[in-house]
Design a protein around this ligand. Sequence first.
Ligand SMILES: [Zn+2]
Length: 342
Amino acid sequence: MKSARKITQVSRRFYRREQYHCADCQRRLRRAVTLTERTVIRLDEVIKLVHAGYRCPDAQCAGHQRTYRSVRADALALPWFTYGVDIVLLVGRLRLREHQTVDEIHQELLKRLEPLGVKIARREILYVFEAYCTLLRASSEAKDDVEWLAQVEKNGGIIVSVDGIQPEKGNETVYLVRDALTGRVLCAENVTSSETAVMKTLLAPVVALGVKVIGTMSDAQESELKALEELWPEVPHQVCQFHALRDASQSAFDADKAVKTAMRKKLQPKVRAVRKQIKKHLPTASADEATQLTVLDEYASGMLTALNTDGLQPFTYATVESAPALDEVEASLQQLEKRGRL
Ligand SMILES: [Zn+2]
């Protein structure tokens, strides 16, 4: 690795609702408001996000009041928090399971965030740990939250969304249960088994709230599906679109990966051989030759980077991503040839 310090890499993302149609009249939802515009720092990336809220376009519809949020946007970080849920869970684990001191946790997080070019202040660790504790108290607080209950009343009920997060290194899963319409965390639980019975126990506080459930959402994990189905058999369920799309794109993704691997196998050794030659010639080359060789080496390095581009399900395909970069290398080389500099 060259330098450990990098400039902050920010991913810009736009989040829309996961439901497309009004739960009451089935009309297509329309973008109505910007719910949040903020930066979220997670362990693997810094995201600048815009979170848009959607509503039923029919003012006469019983569901017109309801704003549909993005569960995925809400899953990134708790409301008002810059540091992501993954960091909240990590801090909770380091403190409670591994009994680390605040200073130790601070050092660990600084180390983890350094490649992203961001930092965290020591006092933030305390806030984040407080957030972790609040999270685990969520279920006892929801039922007393008068303001939130009034909003639920206005929305005509809640949409229960279950999100299982596996903190690294641990064998437990933290389940966050939210109301997809208000984004509120209804309960959070650290479990080591994801059997249907465990899922049902986890969801018991939501049942105990006694509010109307108008829909449920989860990923495609069977025990989650079964628990939701058994608890709310009459209620429509939606598999989180991200998971559904990811599963649907699997075969295309595998095919793309195969093409990419074949390309890399064929080209990488050749490009590497060229680089080796360049390296060998450089010490004895004249100044002009050295400049040319350095330029060639940059091309080779660019090609290797393109060949090592990874895809990300569901929509980012490695070969599609690397094609423009390879085309660029080709076009640039042709240009050079035309100008007679090679
Ligand atoms: Zn409607």
